[in-house]
Write a protein that binds this ligand. Structure first.
Ligand code: ADP
Length: 497
């Protein structure tokens, strides 16, 4: 059999008449066939063994082996071969007999070249279609095998993942989960899918997460939505949900991925406790050192010699820096603790608080020839319900930064107003400003921008993280608008009582 459409189709002509054999060869060679010839049945069968043809033109009446006999043997040894029977003694009976024995077509002698071309052309077309069908069938089998292989690989990957996986339909029915999920959720390892998600996990936050992801019609940008929760087995799990989108973007359900974050949370807890403890332990000795240095520097008569005085001043400055660092660390630990040690919220007047902050920072601003102003509306501002120490630290940190990161003689403005049931406070300066790519980082702990302008400003990189923590805990937001060389403006939005 030939493999390609362009290769010549092998044809065998078995006929005792030489003219017929040669005539067929001449005509068919021009039709894209390679023609072999045999003068009788035995030679024909032999030729087929030597090099099998796809189409055989077979004379029925030949000396020696009868054509029908040859046909029978041919069909046995080469079931695929297309046999076109040719005979001068065509009768309906022989034709029927030949067809019964599996002949493909019938060509009565004498025939015209066109008749031959037409009949063989039909056989060639039939061959082409058969091959095409076989090729498609092979491909279909291959695709099915590939798919089965792919599915099995995917199942293995999902089973072996150290992450919990749960796949739900839009109605919340679980269609797939992996052994890690069963272990995390405290289920039997062989628990079967098929039931509502609430049968596998009790946490309502996760049900809601799956429901929301299932209703999503499009892939969303950024991280998928997530919730953290504690299981009955006291494990802290982080669940992330991604919608499964079908054709046209319609949702088919959700894939939930569960990560066991228990060790991280424990470490976090330890780290917080450690920082709180160390800061606490450092605070009193540092305060004592500061006091002693101040005494040494201040005591008339016992004042140290000039050189020592400078060293002592430096030591006092550094100690003051350390004390404010420790204070910031303690503030942060307190906030991380969920404000457990924070005071009960009380009504706070933002106007009064801002006036006090301005008052406290004025000497610092004046010493550098700066203007620090406060703009309040005519009508009184609504009250905040918060821990006053926290609110004060927000405004103080922002205003101190505005002063610190401005050149001498600059202007800093604190402004407050009520808008849409919220309190808005803006602290703006005309100082150094922040490069756009760094704005996203300034709320990270210990992050400080280091450049020519800021290198002489002392700080800890903890001021803005504290601001953010307090504002978050009050359900508010902080926004930054800054331009390098022009100045910055920090706007805090807080819900009012
Ligand atoms: P610190 O002031 O102790 O360095 P912060 O967390 O308060 O820490 O601020 C982080 C960084 O953000 C600062 O180091 C500074 O580079 C930048 N920054 C904060 N406020 C301003 C401001 N008003 N103008 C310019 N840069 C600022």
């Amino acid at each position: 059999m030939t493999n390609s459409d362009s290769a010549p189709v092998p044809v065998l002509v078995i006929d005792d008449e030489r003219d017929i054999r040669d005539g067929c060869q001449r005509i068919l060679s021009r039709q894209g066939c390679s023609v072999d010839k045999a003068p009788d049945g035995a030679a024909g069968l032999e030729a087929m063994e030597r090099s099998p043809a796809d189409i055989v033109l077979l004379d029925l009446k030949m000396p020696g082996m009868d054509g029908l006999e040859v046909l029978k043997l041919l069909r046995q040894s080469h079931p695929q071969v297309l046999v076109i029977v040719i005979t001068g003694y065509a009768t309906v009976e022989t034709a029927i007999e030949a067809m019964k024995l599996g002949a493909y077509d019938f060509l009565p002698k004498p025939f015209q070249p066109d008749q031959l071309r037409l009949t063989v052309g039909r056989a060639m077309e039939r061959l082409r279609l058969t091959r095409e069908t076989e090729r498609l069938e092979r491909e279909r089998r291959q695709t099915l095998a590939d798919l089965a292989g792919e599915q099995s690989r995917l199942r293995t990957v999902i089973s072996a993942l150290p992450l919990g996986i749960l796949v739900t339909q839009t109605d919340g029915q679980v269609v797939l989960h992996n052994p890690t999920f069963c272990q995390m959720a405290g289920l039997e390892p062989d628990s079967a899918p098929g039931q509502d998600i609430s049968r596998y996990l009790r946490e309502p936050k996760v049900h809601e997460l799956a429901r929301r992801a299932s209703q999503q019609e499009q892939d969303q940008q950024g991280d998928p939505p997530a919730v953290e929760f504690t299981t009955d087995q006291e494990r802290t799990l982080l669940a992330q949900a991604t919608p499964v989108l079908g054709e046209g973007g319609a949702s088919l359900g959700a894939v939930l991925v569960f990560i066991d974050v228990t060790p991280y949370r424990m470490l976090d807890q330890l780290r917080q406790e450690f920082v709180a403890k160390v800061s606490h332990e450092l605070r009193s000795p540092l305060s004592t050192i500061l006091l002693q240095l101040t005494l040494l520097l201040g005591e008339e008569g016992t004042a140290p010699p000039q050189g020592h005085r400078h060293l002592l001043s430096r030591a006092r400055e550094r100690t003051q820096g350390l004390i404010s660092f420790v204070r910031d660390l303690l503030d942060l630990s307190r906030l991380e603790d969920g404000g457990a040690t924070a005071a009960e919220p009380v009504p706070v007047s933002p106007g009064k608080m801002l006036a006090a902050v301005k008052e406290a920072l004025s000497p610092q601003a004046q010493s550098r020839g700066m203007t620090l102003s406060l703009e309040l509306p005519e009508e009184p501002l609504p009250l905040l319900l918060a821990d006053p120490v926290g609110v004060e630290s927000v405004f103080t940190n922002l205003a101190a930064n505005a002063i610190n990161y401005s050149p001498d003689g600059g202007r800093v403005t604190l402004k407050a107003w009520a808008e849409g049931g919220m309190l808005k406070v803006t602290v703006s300066d005309e100082g150094f400003g922040i490069e756009p790519e760094k704005v996203g980082k300034i709320f990270d702990r210990f992050y400080r921008i280091k450049n020519e302008k800021t290198r002489y400003v002392t700080g800890t990189g903890l001021g803005l993280p504290i601001v953010k923590s307090v504002v978050d805990s009050l359900g508010g937001t902080v926004e930054v608008d800054s331009e390098l060389g022009k100045g910055s403006s920090f706007t805090v939005t807080l819900p009012v009582e």
